[in-house]
Design a protein around this ligand. Structure first.
Ligand code: SAH
Length: 409
């Protein structure tokens, strides 16, 4: 049996950061401005400065009378994030930020530039309670949920970075200096911080001046598979892309790789995915699959995956794509990345498919792993210093080879 950490759903009762304009929806913002004794139009003005002009310091808001700036700054624009470290790699196309919140919690975001888009990968929690053994973040446990404003500040920082630095001589008008895509694939389980993540998604997608105006399709929420929250998200009909971390074709193996599977096994998870597609105007689910050498990367497991998504579709297959992620190793995991040839063969098996045809499959180009900055490893490094002792006492994680899917039924 794998050594397992406890699953933690409720964040420890740590103090949340002070209120920020970005925590507020339109009504709450109007109320907050009225509380300060200011006319309603100031609320719109502040939102416009924040979401459209990307300014979070009232002293830079030139349309605000100077005598209001301190008061508004204190009430609505506390400084929430400090940049502790910035690391650039892939010739500057990947930029990783390690943030420290006012209470000292750390978390990270990554800005990735591609020829046709600019994507920021953001965190929804400091740490994570889902305890997946192959994920560095999961090893440190959950510190706390991020506030909506802490989530949005990561987005704003990325948008500022692109706006201010893309005069770098790279002539690529297709992507310009604009942030186009958001993925909730940083630290944390977004659906375990449901309300704040939902509020953040609404602000990300609302047109300026009430939000950043990024299309819902370009926002991806990645979940470990909290089935009830997926069903709830379906009912919000936001139209965001849902990515589900599958990682195994059968419950026996998934129970080990994704401990949450013991609570919400594959049948329930896939039913929730189907419901998501029915409710939201989306064409497909993205299944993420972390490729672990000798654990889940056998071609027979690719065929089992095809059967799995075939069994749970309405009239056939759950409309889906696979995104294979080469494992980013970290020493405490005791796990290894699948070799390139194995990843290719696995992808080929999914693409070629079975009697019911193949599934669109991509292999994620790993970014940042040359500097140990991939997937939770930057904040992990900081945690290492404080948690080294705890980690030393834990036995390496042992994962049994996959059991055939049929054994479970
Ligand atoms: N909690 C969310 C977001 C996690 S990070 C979720 O589980 O989906 C986004 C993706 O990176 C997830 O699919 C996660 O399983 C994967 N991941 C985590 N650690 C990894 C590692 N060391 N190597 C490769 N992928 C990893």
């Amino acid at each position: 049996m794998a050594i397992s950490l406890p699953l933690v759903f409720d964040a420890p009762r740590r103090a949340m950061p002070p209120r920020h304009l970005a925590d507020l929806d339109d009504d709450a913002r109007t109320a907050a401005v009225a509380e300060l004794g200011l006319p309603a139009f100031r609320g719109k003005q502040l939102a416009n400065q924040y979401y459209a002009r990307l300014i979070a310091d009232p002293h830079e808001m030139t349309d605000l009378p100077a005598n209001l700036r301190d008061q508004i700054g204190e009430a609505l624009f506390p400084k929430l994030l400090d940049a502790v470290r910035e690391i650039e790699c892939d010739a500057g196309e990947t930029r990783k930020m390690l943030w420290r919140a006012v209470d000292g919690s750390t978390f990270e975001s990554v800005l990735m530039r591609y020829p046709q888009r600019n994507t920021v990968c953001i965190s929804s929690q400091a740490g994570c309670g889902m305890a997946c053994p192959f994920c560095a973040t999961g090893q440190g446990g959950l510190q706390r949920n991020l506030s909506t404003a802490e989530i949005l500040e990561q987005v704003r920082a990325a948008a500022v970075e692109l706006r201010d630095r893309d005069g770098d001589g790279i002539a690529e008008p297709a992507r310009g200096g604009r942030l186009s895509n958001i993925v909730f694939m940083g630290m944390g389980e977004p659906l375990a911080n449901y309300n704040r993540v939902l509020a953040a998604v609404r602000r990300i997608t609302a047109p300026p001046p009430n939000g950043f105006g990024i299309s819902a399709r370009a926002v991806t929420v990645s979940t470990v598979g909290l089935a009830p929250a997926i069903r709830k998200l379906a009912d919000e009909r936001l139209g965001v892309t849902l990515a589900v971390s599958l990682h195994a074709p059968d419950d026996a193996l998934r129970d080990q790789l994704v401990p949450l599977n013991r609570k919400y096994p594959l049948a329930e998870l896939l039913a929730a995915c189907r419901r998501y597609l029915e409710a939201a105007p989306r064409d497909f689910i993205t299944f993420e699959y972390c490729m672990l050498d000798g654990v889940n990367d056998d071609e027979a497991q690719a065929r089992a995956l095809l059967r799995l998504v075939g069994e749970h579709g309405p009239a056939g297959r759950v409309p889906c794509k696979f995104n294979l992620i080469p494992f980013n190793p970290f020493p405490a995991s005791g796990l290894k990345r699948s070799g390139a040839a194995r990843v290719q063969a696995f992808a080929r098996a999914l693409i070629d498919g079975d009697g019911a045809g193949g599934v669109v499959t991509t292999v994620r180009k790993t970014r940042g792993d040359d500097i140990d900055a991939a997937c939770g490893q930057l904040a992990g490094e900081v945690q290492d210093r404080t948690q080294a002792a705890r980690r030393m006492t834990r036995a390496p994680i042992a994962i049994r080879p996959a059991a055939p899917a049929e054994n479970r039924r």
